[in-house]
Design a protein around this ligand. Structure first.
Ligand SMILES: [Fe+2]
Ligand SMILES: [Fe+2]
Length: 184
């Protein structure tokens, strides 16, 4: 186990939860009625995915992966391109929402959900396992020190706030317990 990988997986859990909520919202066409909540969700994703998670991956994680596992050069280049594309999709969705263009917003959101799902899968299935297996421990520590300094820029309780927000926005947009409904 490498803490540098575990923390990114934890962040993927949060961003997946919020993307699942977004996917439901646009599917059910609830966006117009809950405009302010959708706006908050998109602003959260912009910060959490682009400013926080992707920036952190690039600055601390993938830079070291490239050093230690040069065979992943092509994949890492693709991952950086994916990050740029995700930012564009988020910006498009926010712009469309600001202009009350629901069709364009739903289209950008659908593209974003598809894109991020494939992106997270690529990282988790292809890059994380070998890193988790054989990244030297001192490199893991170096990355983790970088993460900690980076997290402080967002506030020491940033994870806690992000978790609270993702549960709250899910309840607000879909109703309490939405994803567990129908299991029992
Ligand atoms: Fe990424
Ligand atoms: Fe990621």
């Amino acid at each position: 186990m490498r803490i540098s990988v575990t923390l990114l997986q934890y962040e993927h859990g949060i961003l997946r939860q919020v993307l699942d909520v977004l996917a439901e919202v646009i599917k059910e066409d609830r966006a117009a009625a809950k405009r302010d909540d959708v706006k908050e969700l998109l602003d959260f994703l912009y910060e959490f995915v682009d400013r926080f998670h992707h920036a952190k991956e690039e600055e601390f994680f993938f830079s070291v992966v490239l050093e230690q596992f040069p065979r992943f050069k092509e994949e890492v280049d693709g991952i950086y391109d994916d990050h740029v594309q995700a930012r564009g999709m988020l910006e498009d969705a926010i712009k469309a929402l600001d202009e009350n263009d629901w069709t364009a917003m739903a289209e950008s959101c659908r593209a974003l959900v598809r894109h991020m799902t494939a992106h997270v899968e690529l990282e988790e299935d292809y890059i994380f396992p070998p890193v988790d297996d054989s990244l030297p421990l001192e490199m893991d520590e170096r990355i983790n020190n970088g993460y900690q300094g980076f997290l402080r820029r967002f506030g020491d309780d940033y994870y806690q706030k992000a978790e609270v927000f993702s549960n709250e926005i899910q309840d607000r947009l879909l109703g309490p317990g939405f994803f567990t409904k129908g299991i029992y």
